[in-house]
Design a protein around this ligand. Structure first.
Ligand code: NOJ
Length: 471
């Protein structure tokens, strides 16, 4: 794909720019003001070897105390919105909603009010992987009871914040979450290969659907907000475009990793190819039932039409051919093997390979597959070693916004917003503080956690302000 810069194209009127963070990755204050223990607190404190350098999010960027500084940065950047997540155990220490923590609610009220006072819309993720440990002990996402726990939690969020929050994301990256129930790469680190991930995905989907319907029933008329679910979206391209088998395999991979969650929401039920391949595999293994659960007719109806915009977190792309990846194989049922083009640069994080053409193809794929829904890129960003003169990050942002402009202007894709991950360098889950994603650097060796804008901050600010891609 030619990478001519689309400098004549402008982002459409009303296009929104934002920056994103998540509670466990930035807040710190892990046990302050009544906050309860979540699954990342548990892993970091009792199984710290699972995390690079045995790091944790106990203090992280200390945003619980320094949120006004974060908002001031967002304001200086001229951002239209700021995406953050709510820590469930700050709102309710065990996750059960009959025991609320007023100080936790107060914290998010202050953050939301500070944003609005600075003319920045809050875009709020209800759940960004930090499940209350108590609910995990009940089984977490493989227990159907989670659907109702999540609904009750959402009710408290709508009731307390919905008068001011108009953009909601129920769950962040359910697919990644499922890896915690399959190949143990995220908390709760359960090795329930073959079954755990499908169950966790199933109940996350139903939880999302119930929350959407709850909003319809009780809150939407008055609060007039928008709800979606943020999907992580590696795009799978055929390794050899001329090969029909590779094209089919790439499409199957796209359905297994993205259609898994958005087919039930946009079209009803799991993607037919997923149903077929998982059922076939289970039969050949002599299992008495398929590991991919079945939705009832009522559940299909519940889920269909439960997104007001399509929310994508996109970082990278893979080439695809029939076969199996090397260990750990997250989902062998789809039989796809991935590789990369030699010319694609690799960031500091080995999984983050730079191929903006994948974002372009993804945006066009979403338009075709789901009838051109409004799309917000709710995460996109680059990992490096933390340098202030972060020229590779600038290139990454530039090339990804460039293809976004092409998709908007030439393909008429309805893309309404772009969010950089992340406002701040932060705790990158099992990679600890090894990789830096922020456009603002944070000194984690300094107890005051000073923030210093990087070169990419200035670059991004110019784009946000002019609504044009700068050379
Ligand atoms: C997606 C996740 O939502 C976020 O928590 C993570 O830090 C980024 N990807 C970068 O890996």
């Amino acid at each position: 794909m030619s990478m001519t810069l689309n400098t004549d194209y402008k982002f459409p009127d009303g296009f929104m720019f934002g920056a994103s963070t998540a509670a466990y990755q930035i807040e710190g204050a892990w046990n302050e003001d009544g906050k309860g223990e979540n699954i990342w607190d548990r892993i970091a404190h009792f199984h710290s070897k699972l995390i690079q350098d045995s790091e944790n999010g106990d203090i992280a960027c200390d945003s619980y105390h320094k949120y006004k500084e974060d908002v001031a940065l967002a304001k200086d950047l001229n951002l239209n919105f700021y995406r953050f997540s709510i820590s469930w155990t700050r709102i309710a220490p065990t996750g059960e909603m009959h025991k609320l923590n007023p100080k936790g609610i107060d914290y998010y009220n202050r953050l939301i009010d500070e944003l609005l006072a600075n003319n920045i819309e809050p875009l709020v993720t209800m759940y960004h992987w930090d499940l209350p440990q108590y609910l995990q002990d009940l089984g977490g996402w493989v227990n159907p009871i989670m659907v109702d726990y999540f609904k009750e939690y959402a009710k408290v969020l709508f009731s307390n914040f919905g008068d001011r929050v108009k953009w909601w994301i129920t769950l962040n990256e359910p697919l990644q979450m499922c890896k915690g129930y399959s190949i143990s790469s995220y908390a709760p680190f359960l090795n329930l290969r073959n079954t755990g991930h499908y169950l966790a995905g199933h109940y996350q989907l139903l939880a999302h659907g119930k929350v959407y319907r709850l909003y319809d029933e009780i809150f939407r008329e008055k609060q007039k907000g928008n709800i979606s679910i943020a999907l992580n979206t590696v795009f799978f391209l055929p390794k050899n475009k001329e090969s029909e088998e590779d094209r089919e395999t790439a499409e199957r991979a796209n359905q297994f990793e993205r259609g898994w969650f958005s087919h039930p929401i946009y079209k009803g039920d799991y993607p037919p190819v997923m149903r077929e391949w998982v059922d076939k595999k289970c039969k050949s293994e002599g299992r008495p039932w398929s590991t991919l659960p079945t939705f009832s007719e009522e559940e299909i109806k519940l889920l269909k039409g439960t997104a007001d915009f399509y929310s994508i977190n996109h970082y990278s792309t893979r080439l695809t051919t029939h076969g199996y990846d090397q260990n750990p194989v997250f989902n062998p049922d789809g039989e796809y093997k991935t590789s990369i083009e030699k010319s694609w640069p690799v960031s500091a994080a080995p999984w983050l390979i730079v191929a903006p053409e994948g974002l372009y193809e993804l945006l066009v794929w979403i338009k075709k597959e789901y009838d051109n829904p409004p799309v917000i890129i709710t995460e996109n960003g680059y990992a490096d070693d933390g340098r202030l003169n972060d020229l590779e990050r600038i290139d990454y942002i530039k090339s990804h916004l460039n293809v976004t402009l092409k998709a908007i202007n030439e393909d008429k894709c309805d893309i309404i917003g772009y969010t950089i991950w992340s406002l701040l360098d932060n705790f990158e889950w099992t990679d600890g503080y090894r990789y830096h994603f922020g456009i603002v650097s944070v000194d984690f060796n300094n107890p005051r956690r000073p923030r210093v804008p990087k070169a990419s901050y200035q670059y991004f600010k110019k784009i946000v302000t002019t609504k044009k891609l700068n050379v």
